[in-house]
Design a protein around this ligand. Structure first.
Ligand SMILES: C[S@@+](CC[C@H](N)C(=O)[O-])C[C@H]1O[C@@H](n2cnc3c(N)ncnc32)[C@H](O)[C@@H]1O
Ligand code: SF4
Length: 382
């Protein structure tokens, strides 16, 4: 049976950040008890149909899961590790925001079984934090990282770069400060303008500009260069880790392994009855809870994925990784041979241009290729 990664979505935040299009909502009162009951019901529903699979990771994502009551996190970890068969080295991550209220709960999350924390720092620059609409200061972010490093065996944090008017020198300095804080993993995202966000409106009105492509590319290269000085390898387009400290949960997505997703708006890819199924849950928290109360789960769609679509998805995800895609696994998983999944002319051209490498064992995007995946993949994939 395929091993399983479990994603648990917590859909609430203290405030909505102007750049963010994640499924996150602000509510006066957090329905802690109702959310816990509904998440437990969905977990039991998935466990009953998926069977006693080996559970390799649990990821509490959001939204802001550090707004969850630690007792809820403990109950869900207890359920998940009883209903599935936890791997001895199971990775249990919780995303946290650095405000003091949330950092105050770190010890309780650790006691609940969380062994990795991923902190949404975004920037160490006061003006940038204000621009990004964050509820915390740089000092609070540093304090949360230091506390997290004392409490959790593994820690990661997120930064957003390629911000308006950011220079290469300023980004290098900010990054060096981040790297000196001794996390074993960093997620470094270029600011993107997502449809429907407040930033999309402001950007559309010309109220701020993003760095030109050439500067953005230099910022990306500077990121990899500074990271390498601290032994952090770019193992995925936006993710850097010391060898062995890669996020196992995210690797399961990129390697196209099975994952179950519970909670509002969560997606899953699960092997069921000989085929791979795509699952989605209702996005609105209250509507999702009502569905779970009625049916035991808040699924809005569950569809088998055709072999051709599996092949596309596996390449879309896997080419983001520096290790590329294992071809024996690709074919065993999807039932499709690489030559039937890609355009032969485009594959040859990408290899000639130095964007892709191919051996009988793997197809891999080079560093240059990983930069250009958005442009290459539509032409490459059948
Ligand atoms: C679900 S959020 C992280 C958890 C937590 N709510 C927080 O904000 O600290 C995932 C991460 O995606 C990144 N992100 C979200 N929207 C983005 C955007 N438009 N551009 C770049 N990065 C973005 C941020 O770094 C954020 O920390
Ligand atoms: S970035 Fe994080 S805190 Fe901000 S709205 Fe998105 S999920 Fe919530």
């Amino acid at each position: 049976m395929s091993p399983l990664a479990l994603y648990i979505h917590w859909p609430f935040c203290l405030a909505k950040c102007p750049y963010c299009d994640f499924n996150s909502h602000v509510r006066e009162r957090l329905p802690q008890a109702e959310m816990l009951a509904a998440l437990r019901a969905e977990l039991a529903f998935e466990a009953a149909r998926l069977g006693p699979r080996r559970l390799t990771s649990i990821f509490f994502g959001g939204g802001t899961p550090s707004l969850m009551a630690p007792a809820s996190v403990a109950a869900l970890i207890e359920d998940a590790t009883r209903l599935f068969t936890p791997a001895l080295d199971i990775e249990i991550t919780l995303e946290a925001n650095p405000t003091s209220i949330e950092a105050g709960k770190f010890a309780a999350y650790r006691a609940a079984g969380v062994n990795r924390v991923s902190i949404g720092v975004q920037s160490f620059d006061a003006a940038a934090l204000k621009f990004l609409g964050r509820q915390h200061s740089a000092a609070q972010a540093i304090a949360a990282i230091e506390l997290g490093a004392k409490i959790f065996p593994r820690i990661s944090f997120d930064l957003i770069y390629a911000r308006p008017e950011q220079t290469e020198a300023a980004w290098r300095a900010e990054l060096r400060q981040a790297l000196s804080l001794a996390a074993d993993h960093l997620s470094l995202y270029q600011l993107t303008i997502e449809e429907g966000t407040k930033f999309a409106t402001l950007y559309g009105r010309g109220e701020f500009a993003l760095p030109e492509e050439e500067l953005a590319a230099r910022l990306y290269d500077a990121t990899a260069e500074e990271g390498q000085k601290f032994d952090l390898e770019p193992y995925e387009i936006s993710n850097y880790a010391r060898p062995g400290a890669e996020s196992r949960h995210n690797l399961a997505y990129w390697r196209y392994q099975d994952y179950a997703g519970i909670g509002p708006g969560a997606h899953g890819r699960v092997s069921l009855g000989g085929g791979l199924h795509a699952t989605s849950r209702h996005r609105a928290p209250e509507a999702w809870m009502a569905l779970v109360q009625r049916h035991g789960h808040g699924t809005t769609e569950e569809l088998p994925i055709t072999p051709a679509d599996q092949a596309r998805e596996a390449l879309l995800m896997g080419l983001r990784l520096a290790e590329g895609v294992s071809l024996p696994y690709f074919t065993a998983r999807t039932g499709v041979a690489l030559e039937d999944a890609v355009e032969a002319d485009m594959l040859a051209a990408c290899i000639d241009e130095g964007y892709l490498t191919l051996s009988p064992e793997r197809i891999t995007a080079t560093e240059q290729g990983r930069h250009r995946l958005d442009a290459l993949l539509p032409a490459l994939l059948r």
